[in-house]
Design a protein around this ligand. Sequence first.
Ligand SMILES: [Zn+2]
Length: 346
Amino acid sequence: MERQITTGKLLATQGYVSGVEISGSGSRQSVALADLDGNILYKARRPLEYVPDTQTVLRLLDEMLAEVTAPERLRDGRILRAGVAVGGLVDSSQGVVRTMHHAQGWNNFPLQDYLVEKLDVPCIIDNNANAAALAEVESGAASPSGEEGGHKKAERVVLYIGLGRGIGGGLVANGKIYHGTTCTAGEIGHMQVKEHGPKCSCGAFGHLEAIASAQAISRTMIGLSVEYPETEAAIRRVTGARAERITAEQVFQLAAGGDPIAQRVIEDVYTYLGIAIANIVYLINPGLIVLGGQVALAGELLIAPLQARVDDLCLPVVGQSVRIVQSKHGSEANIVGAVTLALQDV
Ligand SMILES: [Zn+2]
């Protein structure tokens, strides 16, 4: 029998939540079914090799939602809430996708209303980095037991930086996502870090995303290698002769192996990501910065030099107050984030 206690929030003891991940670029479209403890029980995933139009994404979502919420999976009750992590600008208070820089057709799309109608349950939508930040606080690298050795103290101010195809940021203070006045707080990919720098996905120049995102690192590496036969050969070696597939992690590894071009590329990542983080640290004084996304797969090759760079740029008392760590949820951060959003009010 379903038992519900109302204390301002709905406290259910039975049922499920659903998490939805929409990347915009097409690479990550997923729907998950989770229990009320946040354990993911089933997941449907439809990655695409191209940037899909809005209708294609919505059709895939419908298919995946039908698969995930099939009656045989819902033996212990119904879906109580859905959470959606979107790879773009989201006005979470209005439930609207404002824009996606990597895909057309999403401007001011009322995604929350669309899903409420489909699922007939309350939905919470938010930017994917905000969702991932919340997930790292609730159950990941910033949770009281999330770090190796069982770190005991809950961090009050945590910044998550998603270094994926683009760069997103999410700030969680005292357990809540900080959205800012118009829900654009944390959009650190578009911080100006280099005057006359490379062109960003938003059209402007010198933004952090155009230097330190996974796509920027791979593109810069391929572009620079053209004049260096030894580097070209190294790229072919690690990619199985498919240079266009080189990952940011591979660029870090080539740099560690002594390739001077790879070292140039990641030196810029340390410099400009370091500048961005140092500036952010002065403003918000986070105890922990969690790095996620493909670039963070480089692990200590990224984190140790970056922490040193931030220490150099900040006053000692400021730099020493923040630790930089790798995301615990890794490539699952956005879908775990979507589930975490759904569980916020359950
Ligand atoms: Zn930009």
